[in-house]
Design a protein around this ligand. Structure first.
Ligand SMILES: *Cc1c(COP(=O)(O)O)cnc(C)c1O
Length: 401
């Protein structure tokens, strides 16, 4: 499977797996099988007949496959429309469920917008929010979290792998401090599922967000896993027919769920080989890019994911760099989070000024990335940077003349 182009995928180098990833043909086959199943179209809630039972069995299998990767409980897995909804449900639903303890939530300034905006929404309801600032490597310490915990703190949200920099937070150490203080820990693990070991029990994660489309599964499906030892319910965001114990009603999208299950089954089976392969490719990429002067690695040099590498380039303009690199699919420092072309708040949080934050490129690797893709990206990047610097030097010389 590895090193093989996805059938039907356009030509061109794709290094934007942190935005989304191509559907694995094996996942697609599972989804088609589920959709073609003569009984499987049933409503999983209709447990009184064979159609509903067939669909329900598919959902139960998928829940085991997803929970299996993270040592979660398949009975306490809530299907959602994706990680955005899971993050919202965890933060708003988790905090509201525990509001008896107090109305204070802690997050990190470099979290995904789905977390930060959910915190903003709580703030509008009168909650108090502490936003922790990471160090220049993008890391926060367990001590920083412990120091921010108050008597009225309900929930802490810290992502495992940052989607813009690839930096890995020490969730186990943070989880220990949260558990000792009786505070819920929510972790957005979208970018770490299948790239790093994840164990909700040993890492003391109470609420865990994952989705399918960042790991070669379908878009529009995610899950929130609840830790049975600490939290068995959250307040719902949606109200309806009472499905999923009322936490997230609505008829379950069985084919999407089957796809997510298969995507996670594949991660469990292939992680051991895939992570070293991606790590080698990422190192190959960095050794190529770092040949150029003025290229800075964003985030901690060692404590990082195998699949994300973000660099900033001095002496070139972000807009021109983006244009020069248009033939390779990557994300630039101003396009990470929104349609508005504002410099990335994550890179700003690492201490970059606007110019440097804008002149940043995120390369993100995945299942179908090859060594040839990496070489092509290094070539394109080198050509672009040398060209832009030459143009800038000529411009400066003619201005001086
Ligand atoms: C992509 C991403 C999300 C949003 O996921 P959707 O399933 O597209 O809603 C949330 N958190 C992180 C870290 C992400 O990378």
């Amino acid at each position: 499977m590895q090193n093989q182009r996805v059938p039907g995928m356009a030509e061109g180098v794709y290094l934007d797996y942190a935005s989304t990833s191509p559907l694995d043909p094996r996942v697609r086959d599972c989804m088609l099988t589920a959709m073609d199943d003569k009984a499987g179209f049933g409503n999983p809630s209709a447990t009184n007949h064979a159609y509903g039972q067939a669909a329900g069995a598919m959902v139960a299998t998928a829940a085991q496959q997803v929970a299996g990767l993270v040592n979660g409980d398949p009975e306490l897995l809530v299907w959602t429309s994706g990680a955005t909804e899971s993050d919202n449900l965890a933060i708003i639903g988790g905090a509201e469920f525990r509001r008896g303890r107090g109305r204070h939530v802690i997050a990190v300034t470099t979290e995904h917008k789905a977390v930060l905006s959910a915190c903003d929404a709580l703030e509008h309801r009168g909650w108090s929010i502490t936003r922790l600032q990471p160090d220049a490597d993008g890391l926060i310490s367990a001590q920083q979290v412990a120091d921010a915990i108050r008597d009225d703190t309900t929930l802490v949200s810290v992502m495992h792998v940052n989607n813009e920099t690839g930096v890995v937070q020490d969730i186990a150490a943070i989880g220990e401090r949260c558990r000792a203080a009786g505070v819920l820990l929510h972790t957005d693990a979208v970018q770490s599922a299948g790239r790093l070991p994840l164990d909700m029990q040993s890492m003391n994660i109470d609420l865990l967000t994952v989705n399918a489309h960042k790991v070669c599964g379908p878009k529009g499906i995610g899950a929130l896993l609840l830790n049975p030892t600490t939290i068995r319910r959250v307040e719902p965001l949606l109200f309806g027919g009472g499905q999923q114990r009322g936490m997230r009603p609505g008829t379950l999208p069985v084919h999407q769920i089957v796809g997510m299950g298969e995507a996670f089954r594949l991660l469990s089976g292939e992680m051991a080989d895939e992570v070293p392969r991606l790590t080698k490719l990422r190192e190959q990429l960095w050794s190529g890019l770092s040949q150029l002067p003025g290229v800075i690695l964003n985030g901690h040099p060692q404590q990082r994911s195998a699949s994300i590498l973000t660099v900033s380039v001095s002496g070139v303009e972000g807009e021109s760099l983006r244009f020069a690199l248009r033939d390779i699919a990557v994300t630039s420092g101003s396009a990470c989070n929104s349609a508005t072309a504002e410099p990335s708040y994550v890179l700003r949080a690492l201490g970059h000024d606007d110019v440097l934050a804008e002149a940043s490129i995120r390369f993100s690797l995945g299942r179908f990335t090859t060594g040839a893709d990496i070489e092509a990206a290094i070539d394109a990047f080198g050509t672009a940077v040398r060209h832009l610097r030459a143009v800038a030097a000529t411009g400066a010389a003619s201005e001086a003349a």
